[in-house]
Design a protein around this ligand. Structure first.
Ligand code: A2P
Length: 361
């Protein structure tokens, strides 16, 4: 049996630490595991399968001898290092948004479009956390009943903005409770000019704004959903729109999803049955007993939880549902490790003869 030399890029981050944990619990046979981050955390010790490993500063040569890279260190870090890793023969599963819309890069949610891994030329992308949980619920519905339109509102946990944002939320919450002033430096998004209080607040901005008034997170949800379901980021067959809101919770995004199916005879019971059988989806939907998905119950779980499935009262063929999932697991680390498992299963942890090295394009 082949064993793999694996590197985790961004190993000290909110997603990276979970990549370590998900890799430990996966079916991937590891010969060695290398933990990479910036110079700030070089020398730090983290454990893999009970063994202490030392975090190393990332350089292009960190990828010599590596077969598989799991990356979650930010888009610019992936842009710089993944081409270097591919040049050195490593297959990369990237959790950042950097390569997601590149036509040469498969964008994969294994339960929905696993076969796309066959097309990889060195880099594969993990979709955005809010997209993954939405397509986990919509994928089976699309296949059975067709989809005309999707309108999503998100309630996104702060951990999606990284460990430092999570620290900011905790600090601010304590400060507000103590009646002290807060000093926001990161949220709503590190890359923008102004920063606002997140504790006890809602911020309708995730990532930066485009000229059309949508945020980049909203743009990602629209185009990634189309790329995953229709294999074309600009496909017109399904209309998708989103409003993304950051809420002051730590982990597990919630989403209200309004969707209109092609087959107007579809019923809420049929959709519930379909999702009960869908891999990776757990239906929690019993209003009479107040059963519905909750973020604190989804935290630490790999599944996507769906509830409140109900027909729209005025539009036949339209429905509403509530979707919750751990944004750091299915939304990031677990989905990335699942892609890697799929590559291992199909013996595809090898860079093909015509590798895709973006900087050389
Ligand atoms: P470090 O701990 O050294 O800063 P998060 O998403 O939680 O903010 O984590 C980001 C991850 O990306 C961390 O592991 C961080 O390492 C890593 N990282 C940030 N900048 C770089 C860089 N220039 N090179 C390699 N890793 C980086």
């Amino acid at each position: 049996m082949r064993e793999y030399n694996v590197a985790i890029l961004g190993a000290t981050g909110a997603v990276g630490t979970r990549m370590i944990q998900q890799l430990e619990q996966s079916t991937i046979p590891t010969k060695s595991v290398k933990l990479l981050a910036s110079s700030r955390s070089a020398g730090k010790k983290l454990k893999f399968k009970g063994k202490e490993l030392t975090v190393e500063e990332t350089t292009p040569d960190s990828f010599n001898g590596i077969d598989l890279v799991l990356a979650s260190a930010g888009g610019s870090v992936s842009a710089k290092y993944l081409p270097e890793a591919v040049k050195r023969g490593a297959v990369c599963v990237d959790n950042t948004s950097h390569f997601r819309m590149d036509p040469e890069v498969p964008l994969v949610v294994p339960e929905i479009n696993a076969d796309r891994v066959e097309e990889h030329r060195g880099i594969l992308s993990d979709p955005n956390c809010s997209t993954i949980q939405m397509v986990m619920a919509l994928g089976p519905i699309y296949r059975k009943f067709g989809l005309k339109q999707v309108i999503c509102s998100t309630y996104q946990a702060v951990s999606g903005a990284g460990q430092s944002a999570l620290n900011e939320l905790m600090e601010e919450s304590q400060q507000v409770l103590n009646g002290e002033p807060v000093h926001p430096k990161i949220l709503p998004t590190k890359g923008d000019k102004k920063h606002y209080q997140m504790a006890f607040n809602l911020l309708p901005q995730i990532d930066v704004f485009h000229d059309d008034g949508y945020t980049h997170e909203e743009w990602k949800m629209i185009h990634e959903t189309k790329k995953i379901l229709l294999n074309d980021m600009n496909a017109k067959d399904i209309k998708v729109t989103a409003t993304c809101v950051r809420v002051p919770i730590r982990i597990a995004h919630g989403e209200t999803v309004y969707f209109e199916v092609e087959d107007k005879s579809a019923t809420a019971d049929q959709i519930r049955d379909l999702l009960e059988k869908a891999p990776g989806v757990v239906v929690q939907d019993d209003p009479a007993h107040q059963i519905y998905p909750q973020s604190i119950l989804a935290e630490g779980k790999r599944d996507t939880f769906v509830g409140r499935i109900r027909p729209d009262l005025e539009n036949k063929g339209a429905f509403n549902m509530w979707v919750v999932s751990d944004n750091l697991l299915k939304g990031a680390a677990w989905n990335a490790v699942q892609i890697a498992e799929e590559l291992v299963k199909r013996d595809l942890v090898r860079v093909p003869d015509n590798p895709y090295i973006p900087e050389n394009k």
